[in-house]
Design a protein around this ligand. Structure first.
Ligand SMILES: *[C@@H]1O[C@H](CO)[C@@H](O)[C@H](O)[C@H]1NC(C)=O
Ligand SMILES: *[C@@H]1O[C@H](CO)[C@@H](O)[C@H](O)[C@H]1NC(C)=O
Ligand SMILES: *[C@@H]1O[C@H](CO)[C@@H](O)[C@H](O)[C@H]1NC(C)=O
Ligand SMILES: *[C@@H]1O[C@H](CO)[C@@H](O)[C@H](O)[C@H]1NC(C)=O
Ligand SMILES: *[C@@H]1O[C@H](CO)[C@@H](O)[C@H](O)[C@H]1NC(C)=O
Length: 666
């Protein structure tokens, strides 16, 4: 009788257990506290990611301050390239000012949004201030304008992210203190809770101490600052693509040094989260893309897959490495074993992802603590290197990484503040082209073809540029000496790629550093996007030659190295742009049909370019956009066409002399 009942009851009970267990770890995080404060704004507004921000003009969070302690301003220049919310309004503090946020106990993300622009008549470069959160010093004598100008390329705005655990008094006090004879400001404040024991954790969690003699604990008194969060081998992930905590994840390619390894294309992989690595740990996009060393064992034995991160010296850092083996041939332990070096010290001697995670498709993360000692410079490089370990004779000589987070830990006296960067001598990009600004003619650069294709396996996440620059002959160009032709073919890969052996005439080639490309496109700012295709995005950029178009290839594109190389050596093409994404192609076609190329031409040059010449350009560009490779012109034909267009331009100039050219409109 009893046996019968047990059998009868078991299945439903079993089912019930399954459901609750799944619920725990397979769902994204749902924040218990979520505050978005648009400082200086009087009404509630939405940011481009669709989140709603409260205005703080009558904010209950600021009630403890006298009215004269702060004022609200709109940015004097309502720059359309900067998000309206939360950046276009600011609260300016003339004296000490405290926001008090009632929140539940536990760890919180505190994100501070800064847009150091001009507000009323205030000179933002004279703004120095400190910020503390509860008892932690987040920033000290901090200059937002020095911070933006030290970024490469300079940016207009930025966010700082901290992790603070709120105690049982249930409040988070954020205090702004201007430096003497200065003022402080803030554009936006975001507070988001996170799971307990997620980053700042209890004493019993395993942590690997990489530096000798370093014994710190991570617990709920540890405040942290996020300094890097990367989707290794993948794409940028915005706040709404995260797992409920609104974290942002960036590409890793710009931190790579030397060989870039491989970013295998792994369609349709399933990520199996576990209680140990629940779904909120990192998005599927992080675990389903990776960077590996590559398929060549001999090559892999001879190099380290290396990333370098500038960080503030004199702090401990927490590195969280995310792994997930999703390549289908990796299913057993001892198929791939590798060394992990952090700052040239062995952090892990035999990392075996399958062993750590429990199987293919199962994610896992590992935490390491390293000291970056004070040095002569306020910034030091933090090195992360991976290398195969063949001692146990694993099947493959390879190593992988899927995601990486780097946090600065507070010092024993509760400080997280680093030093301001030194004032930079480099002017912002706009100032580098005074001749364009004053409208004086100097150069015409037009992209008429951009090599399509993909970085594929070897060149993943690197950048490839390839364009023809049309230059007027009177332009002084310091980087080209003997060249007779007025055409320049510019091709570039990021510093991390292996050499592309190209049959392109080297006197027509010009290499650019990745830093330079970032500078030119304002760090691939969305506002600079002029088109996108199925395999990458085209940005408008400014280099010393003038305006150029720069194509950043989509690393998830899956064409192989050989095709890629072929495409470099072939004329500029944009293979099979999907109809709905063909804005660049559409542009060329439209301009060709209408006879002008308005969108890319520098406005100052309008009226200075001969319509016949422009039309020739558009014609060439258009021919390069044929979906079928066979219909695209050969390199020689393109160069010839460009020469012809230049001649047309020169002829037109001779004939026109002082007569103004026609105004161009697409
Ligand atoms: C803004 O939204 C908050 C809730 O998020 C609400 O309490 C407040 O009344 C709203 N303010 C306005 C001006 O609509
Ligand atoms: C704040 O920093 C600036 C520049 O970094 C420096 O000139 C100034 O003396 C500092 N002020 C204080 C109070 O430390
Ligand atoms: C912080 O940790 C201590 C000891 O581990 C614990 O008693 C306390 O409840 C924790 N506080 C919060 C806010 O998590
Ligand atoms: C690690 O080694 C490299 C090359 O040997 C060196 O350039 C770098 O400074 C070292 N980094 C640290 C943090 O010691
Ligand atoms: C990899 O890095 C480690 C630690 O910095 C270094 O000892 C080793 O020589 C490097 N190996 C190669 C092949 O560069």
């Amino acid at each position: 009788m009893s046996i019968f009942i047990a059998l009868y009851l078991l299945p439903p009970l079993h089912l019930f257990l399954c459901v609750t267990a799944t619920k725990d770890y397979s769902l994204p995080y749902s924040p218990t506290d979520l505050i978005l404060l648009n400082c200086g704004a009087s009404s509630n507004l939405s940011s481009p990611d669709g989140r709603s921000w409260d205005g703080d003009s009558q904010s209950k969070f600021a009630a403890s301050n006298p009215p004269e302690a702060s004022s609200v301003f709109e940015a004097s220049n309502q720059d359309p390239s900067v998000n309206q919310v939360p950046y276009m309004t600011a609260r300016i503090f003339h004296s000490k000012f405290t926001y008090t946020f009632p929140v539940l106990p536990g760890p919180k993300f505190v994100r501070l949004y800064f847009y150091p622009a001009s507000y009323s008549n205030l000179d933002i470069s004279t703004s120095y201030f400190s910020i503390s959160a509860n008892n932690y010093q987040l920033l000290n004598n901090f200059s937002a304008s020095l911070t933006v100008s030290a970024r490469i390329p300079p940016v207009d705005y930025f966010t700082k992210e901290f992790i603070i655990t709120v105690r049982d008094n249930q409040k988070l006090e954020l205090t702004f203190i201007p430096s003497p004879a200065s003022f402080s400001f803030i554009n936006g404040i975001e507070i988001v809770s996170m799971p307990d024991s997620f980053y700042a954790r209890g004493h019993d969690n395993p942590l690997t101490y990489v530096s000798p003699d370093v014994h710190t604990f991570l617990d709920n008194t540890t405040a942290l600052e996020t300094v890097y969060r990367l989707n290794v081998g993948g794409q940028d992930i915005g706040s709404t693509g995260d797992t409920g905590m609104y974290r942002t994840w960036n590409q890793d390619s710009e931190y790579l040094i030397g060989q870039a390894g491989n970013t295998p294309y792994l369609p349709g992989v399933k990520i199996k989260y576990t209680t140990k690595t629940p779904a909120y740990s990192a998005p599927v996009k992080v675990y389903s893309t990776m960077r590996s060393m590559g398929p060549e064992p001999l090559l892999n034995m001879n190099y380290n897959l290396t990333w370098i991160f500038p960080v503030d010296a004199g702090f401990l850092y927490l590195l969280r490495l995310h792994f997930c083996e999703t390549r289908k041939e990796f299913i057993n332990i001892n198929q791939q074993v590798f060394l992990i070096f952090i700052n040239n010290q062995t952090a892990e001697h035999d990392a075996d992802v399958i062993h750590m995670s429990g199987g293919n498709g199962i994610p896992v993360y590992k935490d390491y603590i390293v000291l970056v000692p004070p040095g002569s410079q306020s910034k030091q490089d933090l090195w992360l290197e991976l290398h195969p370990n063949m001692e146990l004779k694993p099947t493959y000589a390879d190593a992988i990484l899927n995601g990486l987070e780097i946090f600065k830990l507070k010092t024993t006296d509760g400080n997280l503040a680093g030093f301001n960067p030194d004032p930079t001598v480099a002017p912002p990009p706009a100032e580098q082209h005074p001749e364009r600004r004053t409208g004086k003619r100097s150069s015409i650069i037009m992209v008429i073809g951009i090599v399509g294709g993909s970085i594929g396996t070897v060149f993943a996440c690197s950048l490839f540029l390839y364009f023809f620059a049309f230059k007027q002959k009177r332009v002084k160009d310091p980087s080209k000496s003997e060249e007779k032709s007025s055409w320049t073919i510019i091709s570039q890969t990021s510093r991390s790629t292996t050499t592309i052996s190209s049959s392109l005439p080297t006197n027509l080639c010009q290499r650019f550093t990745f830093v330079k490309i970032k500078e030119a496109t304002r760090n691939f700012d969305d506002q600079n996007i002029i088109g996108s295709g199925g395999f990458g995005t085209v940005y408008k950029g400014y280099i010393e030659y003038g305006t150029v178009a720069i194509k950043r290839l989509d690393s998830s594109s899956k064409q192989g190295t050989r095709e890629f190389r072929t495409e470099i050596e072939m004329p500029p093409v944009i293979p099979s742009l999907p109809k709905d994404q063909a804005s660049l192609a559409d542009w060329a076609r439209k301009c060709y049909q209408r006879g002008t190329l308005d969108q890319i031409v520098d406005p100052h040059l309008k009226g200075e370019v001969s319509p016949v010449s422009l039309n020739k350009f558009a014609e060439i560009a258009n021919s390069c956009l044929h979906g079928q490779g066979i219909e695209r012109p050969k390199m020689g034909d393109v160069v010839w066409g460009l020469e012809f267009a230049l001649q047309l331009q020169q002829t037109a100039e001779k004939n026109a002399n002082s007569v103004d050219g026609p105004n161009l409109h697409c």
